[in-house]
Design a binder for this molecule. Structure first.
Ligand code: C5P
Length: 220
């Protein structure tokens, strides 16, 4: 069988990562967290004192850090210039700055290239999660899923993950990031015309996983 390419897009807090990892593990596919790559380059910019408010400063060094993503769903590693950044990329500082960095076309161009080459080299297939996978990165994907959920459900899930974080503050931060991601000029967060939309508001994680696994199996 030819490798199956699955694109899973949607805003934050819709269960993209948990779903994508579980589907990949269950079907023996590779897994790529593209948000982690944008977080990694953002971490590098912050660490090296690059002015996040200045797109031309970001563009000038966009090609510098070497970002390496592991594609094992059970162990999705990420390094920048050889440093393990799996922890540091989840801090609130990186989360609040990533949309400004990911909006810079030079950043997107090089990260997109990385993503395409990882997808091409996946032997059995790959689940790639992000914001623009179905629209821009892998427009020929065999299956495109667009996950949604109400803002309340998304904020509740995120503050659950962040253990004890304030739900209102989490919702505001989440909406701010989604608005920035959806309104940027270069490959904004959007549902591809041929994507299957799955509203996860009323679904449990196992139900979402089962739904996506069924859709992938229909394509194999
Ligand atoms: O999925 P996650 O919340 O880790 O993504 C972090 C950020 O990376 C998003 O808010 C967005 O700015 C950026 N991103 C993107 N395109 C993708 C994946 C993530 O612009 N395909």
């Amino acid at each position: 069988a030819k490798p199956v390419i699955v694109a899973i897009d949607g805003p934050s807090g819709t269960g993209k990562s948990s779903t994508s990892k579980a589907v990949a593990a269950q079907l023996g596919l590779s897994y790529l967290d593209t948000g982690a790559q944008y977080r990694a380059i953002t971490w590098w910019m912050v660490t090296n004192g690059i002015d996040i408010e200045d797109p031309s400063a970001i563009a000038a060094v966009a090609g510098k850090p070497e970002i390496v993503s592991g594609t094992e769903p059970g162990n999705p590693t990420i390094t920048v210039d050889g440093t393990d950044v799996a922890g540091p990329i989840r801090t609130q500082e990186v989360t609040s700055k990533v949309s400004a960095v990911s909006a810079v076309p030079e950043v997107r161009a090089r990260i997109t290239e990385l993503q395409r080459s990882l997808a091409r080299s996946a032997e059995i297939g790959i689940v790639v999660e992000g914001r623009d996978i179905g629209t821009t990165v892998l427009p020929d994907a065999d299956l495109k899923i667009f996950l949604t959920a109400s803002p309340e459900a998304r904020a509740a899930r995120r503050s659950g993950e962040l253990k004890g974080a304030d739900v209102n503050a989490t919702r505001e931060a989440l909406i701010k990031r989604d608005t920035a991601d959806s309104s940027r000029k270069t490959s904004p967060l959007a549902k591809a015309g041929d994507a299957v939309e799955v509203d996860t508001t009323e679904l449990t994680l196992p139900q979402v996983i089962e739904c996506v696994v069924t859709l992938v199996e229909e394509k194999r």
